[in-house]
Design a protein around this ligand. Sequence first.
Ligand SMILES: Nc1ncnc2c1ncn2[C@@H]1O[C@H](COP(=O)(O)OP(=O)(O)OP(=O)(O)O)[C@@H](O)[C@H]1O
Length: 535
Amino acid sequence: MAVSAFRNGCLPIFHIPPQLPRSARKVDGRSKGFRLPLFARYSQTQDVFSSRLRISVENLPKLVEDIVQTSINTGPKGALRLVQGIQAFVGVSGEWLADVSKSTNTSAGLPPQLQLGLLSPLYLRRLFERLGATYIKLGQFIASAPTLFPPEYVEEFQNCFDKAPAVPFQDIQTIIREELGRPINSVYEYIDPTPIASASIAQVHGARLKGSQEDVVVKVLKPGIEDILVADLNFVYIVARILEFLNPELSRTSLVGIVKDIRESMLDEVDFYKEAANIESFKRYLEDMGLTRQATAPRVYQHCSTKRILTMERLYGVPLTDLDSISSLVSSPENSLITALNVWFGSLLACEIFHADVHAGNLWLLRDGRIGFLDFGIVGRISPRTWAAMEVFLTSIATEEYESMASALIEMGATNKDIDVKAFARDLEKIFSSIQELDTEIVVATSRGTNTNATAISANLVVDERQMNALFLDVVRASESYGLRFPREFALLMKQLLYFDRYTRLLAPNLNMLQDQRISIVSNRRSKSYGANKY
Ligand SMILES: Nc1ncnc2c1ncn2[C@@H]1O[C@H](COP(=O)(O)OP(=O)(O)OP(=O)(O)O)[C@@H](O)[C@H]1O
């Protein structure tokens, strides 16, 4: 049962099933349709429309000024991106037309996933992938923001992969040389021309330092990526401004504010000084809490790091989902998981930043048995107050205390309305009890610890994750129906907990992540702040 799944330390996952459970559609007889106003406001009367228009026209000069200013800031690169955008649009339109013509040859008619044209989730996701870095990141943002976007889109954008073709090594060498301001061989003994990884924004190469002969990796920002980001984000900003102008109600959802937030956090990701500062901050936290024998983050070599290249100690290890390799490295995968959890939970308050992207590629078990945290491009900051409410929320899931759960959600969600806690608690209880009958066997099979049968476990994980994720969405929607809006940190935190939930099911299926005495989710209060220094 799902509730017993929580007792086993399982949490809802951000993966949305296409067919949401009954509880996703209705709670307490209220329709819980989930749409941005953009998708849902077609039934306005003419009067309302014209009064809106009157209000909007007054804002026209400001809008025009904003568009002109943003276009000037974008410069000629805007035109280039426009051409690339048109090419991507034509390409995906071709795919859509081909699929339409295939389905018109069948008797079943046009399937729903084709009906919205390029605005349907599948084709929009493909368009985003063709448009490259900015849109891939935007897609990932949509995938992690179920409170803001319709579930079909959230689900489809889970597939927005951050892989990209590698930049030729010659171009990478040019960037490194320019950034260093001296010959490459004066700093590195060698750099491996074959990249370890090539993502949308950066490419990573293995290398060895001259002199000390230490193994390092060099993370290199892909050429022209900042220009692309600026051009694209300015375009998205203009679209958001126009939408808000056409429909002033959108300003209540603060669409422009969201776009500004995304712009800020994406531009942060292309500044390796910031990533280096985040790593340093995390390392100081480990040192000051005496955790260096349990966990680490790569040392940054400042003399060969700049805004566009980051030279770091090379870590050797395996992702936390690689059960076979983990078992060959340590006798108790469960203990390794507990360490990872304690270090991460501890950082929530004892370090100014927390690692906000702990997917398996970024969380390793190292050969020496320590946990390695990689990639501090995305970090979050949480206030002690929000975390205190989060702790109550997590505990109430395990103890099934719905009034505490309601109060914690109210504490976290911004609202100035008075909320009926008891009614909210009843709605939450309904959500949780409505999933009691969900595939009991799945959870039972997982919790029996079938760790010899990796395939069965992963199959179970997928199904179970979908259910848990739907449950989480239900909770968010129920909260929204009471006027609650959660801060970005809430979604960021939940996403990390869902990653940990996945690791728990793989490495320690009988572990109760929320209640086990060995795991300290209760705050290590921030006695001292290990903030990111400015470089
Ligand atoms: N210090 C390191 N030691 C060993 N390998 C590393 C190190 N840093 C990065 N890598 C390798 O390079 C890959 C990509 O690095 P990183 O995650 O920092 O880049 P990214 O562009 O942010 O990628 P993503 O968006 O996929 O997380 C990692 O998954 C890992 O395989």
